[in-house]
Design a protein around this ligand. Sequence first.
Ligand SMILES: [Cu+2]
Length: 180
Amino acid sequence: MQDFALTTSFIVVGVLALIFLLFIFRSSHEGGDAPGLKAEGTRWLLICAMILFTIIATYSTLKPWPHQAVAGVTGSALTVKVNGAQWYWDVSHDTLPINTPILFEVSAQDVNHGFALYDPDGRIVTQTQAMPGYVNKLLYTFEKTGTYKVLCLEFCGPAHHEMEHEFTLVEKGDFTKESN
Ligand SMILES: [Cu+2]
């Protein structure tokens, strides 16, 4: 869907640019030798060329959308369901393996919350919104073992600061689904 929207908007912009160019070309011909009109035409031609260049340059350097990355690995990923509520996190697994793609499926029960993961050094490593009625997919591969904290990033009421949770990251060999 994202790709479709992007491609469609680029095509529409491209067609509009072509219409502009057509009008500029025609008006500069109708204007005969009038130097003012020719200068105007050249200016518009340059503007359109710059717009086209920007679009092509942007399109050619685009990285895959995060959703595509999620779609590509869902088969090998370990899925963790996360549900935010006033004022706690309900998660399906507490212990997770490192060097394994983890797919967090994040939702909320009541109001918007912010699901943010902090590494053992207290640095935020990834985050997404937890929204009622939506499941936001967040893909992350942990590289270090230890205790990772979940904190809420969206003010969600008087006990917002108590919305903490912990994940224990262990070596791949030490991980069993039953250990959760
Ligand atoms: Cu909160």
